[in-house]
Design a protein around this ligand. Structure first.
Ligand SMILES: NC(=O)C1=CN([C@@H]2O[C@H](COP(=O)(O)OP(=O)(O)OC[C@H]3O[C@@H](n4cnc5c(N)ncnc54)[C@H](OP(=O)(O)O)[C@@H]3O)[C@@H](O)[C@H]2O)C=CC1
Ligand SMILES: O=C(O)C(=O)Cc1c[nH]c2ccccc12
Length: 506
């Protein structure tokens, strides 16, 4: 059964998108338990509060904690691990790269060349095409996690993270489910099995929860009246599910444009809501990726020149897009990307379908009716399904206690790039700089350099306090981190500071 059939009304679409995201949190796997066990005997000290069943399990992690097991989080963890800093990744879903695995459509390919989408220290296989498909990219990410033996805790939704100045560490609270009783039992049974609250403490916190953490479903007037299917683009898989239906795609970003194209390949003639100005560019310029050309031009020429070239080239190749309802913004595509983070549309065939009438461009929706929509220009059309390709949002404001006002209300760093990766009190940010995967790789390397310096300085200091043999200590520390022990830690004692950790002799 296609996913949308269980929640076919508009009112249910946002709840469904939300449920989908949280659903993944409940689907535990045995492998996950293994990684949890491994974790406990490496660089952490986990204290089960046996006396009080409701009290959270507290894990003291001597290193960095990363929130999010997407490309940005994994890149940061790999860089940290290579530098010898223990790193634990908390992920709300049941596995890595959940957005790529569960929330993308079948025909998705990277639309910029693979060399701009590589994570640090592991290139794509040489036989991958220039624009790897969804399956290949996922394979690369799975391989990345395995190659660097990254430490994950899945099914751990971070519900809060705050810096505790007294203890000089981050206190991170997660919610998870009793996965063994919930496995395969579905959401309701999982919820009944009861969520488990855990606590993690670490000196360094890396926010890598993603620019696309949550689906955005706008409130459209009359939405409650519409009787057809409504879903967010993150639930769309293929036009095969819509054959014979009248479909409205809302939103002219890269998702909406490509979904509209996909529908035409299954004999659907979709309408596409383009409510405002949009930059649509050919994917390639003289056989070279437009993105690569733009990057090259930006190295030598100012932004305005690069923009003028791109718009001129788009005009030369595609003609005037205005007459097809696609009006260009006053500012150029790279200026808008830099200022607002909005990515231009890279055309993979949609424009030709708009030109030949297979896709009908319509203006903003005025309101929905029981069986369709009325648009801003007064026209009324009937639809059986509406796909909201209306974008995503960061979820950082929901869980990060950002008392230094580092993040905007939208959950993005206020600092303009390239300093957007470092906050205060051990807070770091990977992949929220609106610079794609390349930007995330850049963040990851900088974060790892920074944290590793602080980590080893702190380790040396604490060892100097324990044993007065600095040279010998330094040699030990430069080895791979080993199990850390707490000599006389009292599980139920009040803890304002993490216990003193030391590396055993080996
Ligand atoms: N192959 C690839 O590599 C792909 C990459 N992506 C990337 O994923 C990210 C997310 O893309 P996408 O999902 O397209 O989201 P975007 O945020 O890029 O686009 C959302 C679109 O929806 C429009 N919109 C929002 N609300 C409404 C509304 N109420 N009525 C009408 N239109 C509305 C926005 O218009 P407005 O601009 O007026 O706000 C915008 O055009 C982007 O970075 C994109 O580049 C996506 C697909 C494929
Ligand atoms: O995927 C993104 O959102 C990016 O930031 C990278 C990117 C993809 N396509 C582009 C076109 C112009 C500028 C940046 C990008």
């Amino acid at each position: 059964m296609p996913p949308y059939e269980s929640h076919s009304t508009y009112a249910a679409a946002e709840a469904a998108a939300e449920a989908f995201y949280s659903e993944q949190e409940y689907m535990g796997k045995a492998a996950n338990d293994d990684s949890n066990r491994r974790l406990c005997c490496r660089s952490a000290v986990t204290v089960a509060a046996v006396a009080a069943a409701a009290a959270p399990v507290v894990t003291f992690w001597n290193g960095a904690i990363v929130v999010g097991a997407g490309p940005s989080g994994m890149a940061t963890a790999a860089c940290l691990q290579l530098k010898g800093v223990p790193c634990l990744i908390l992920e709300k879903s049941d596995g890595i790269a959940s957005l790529w695995k569960h929330n993308t459509y079948d025909r998705l390919h990277l639309h910029i060349p693979k060399e701009f989408c590589e994570l640090p220290h592991l290139p794509f296989p040489a036989d991958f095409p220039t624009y790897p498909n969804r399956r290949q990219f996922i394979q690369y990410l799975d391989n990345y996690a395995a190659h660097f033996k990254l430490d994950f805790r899945f099914n751990q939704q971070v519900t809060s993270a705050a810096f505790d100045p007294a203890a000089a560490c981050w206190k991170i609270t997660t919610r998870s489910c009793n996965t063994s009783s919930a496995a395969g039992a579905g959401l309701a049974a999982a919820a009944a099995a009861g969520a488990v609250v855990s606590e993690f403490r670490a000196r360094w916190l890396v926010v890598a929860s993603g620019e696309n953490a949550e689906a955005v479903c706008p409130v459209i007037p009359g939405a409650g009246d519409f009787k057809g299917r409504v879903l967010h683009s993150s639930r769309y898989k293929s036009g095969a599910d819509y054959q014979g239906l009248r479909v409205l795609v809302v939103g002219a970003g890269n998702s909406g444009m490509e979904i509209a194209l996909d529908l035409t390949n299954f004999n659907v003639t979709p309408s596409l809501v383009v409510r405002g100005p949009v930059h649509i560019l050919p994917r390639e310029v003289f056989g070279k990726s437009t993105f690569a050309v733009a990057m090259k031009l930006l190295k030598t020429f100012p932004l305005w020149f690069t923009d003028s070239f791109l718009v001129w080239y788009a005009w030369a190749l595609m003609g005037d897009t205005n007459s097809y309802g696609l009006h260009r913004p006053a500012e150029g595509p790279m200026t808008i990307k830099t200022k607002l983070g909005k990515t231009p549309v890279l055309d993979v065939g949609t424009f030709a379908k708009i030109k030949n009438g297979d896709i009908k461009v319509v203006p903003a929706i005025d309101h929905l009716t029981s069986n369709g929509a009325q648009f801003a220009d007064g026209q009324v059309q009937q639809f059986d399904a509406i796909i909201l390709a209306t974008g995503y949002r960061s979820n950082v404001p929901q869980w990060l206690n950002d008392n230094c006002n580092f993040f905007s209300e939208e959950g993005f760093p206020r600092n303009p790039s390239p300093k957007a990766w470092k906050g205060e009190t051990g807070l770091y940010i990977a992949g929220l700089g609106r610079k794609g995967i390349l930007g995330a790789a850049f963040d990851a390397k900088n974060i790892a350099d920074d944290i590793s310096q602080l980590f080893f300085a702190a380790e040396l200091e604490s060892h100097a306090r324990v044993q007065p043999a600095p040279q010998q200590q330094q040699q030990q520390l430069l080895r791979k981190p080993q199990m850390l022990q707490v000599p006389s830690f009292q599980p139920n004692a009040p803890t304002t500071r993490p216990p003193q950790l030391h590396t055993p002799m080996n």
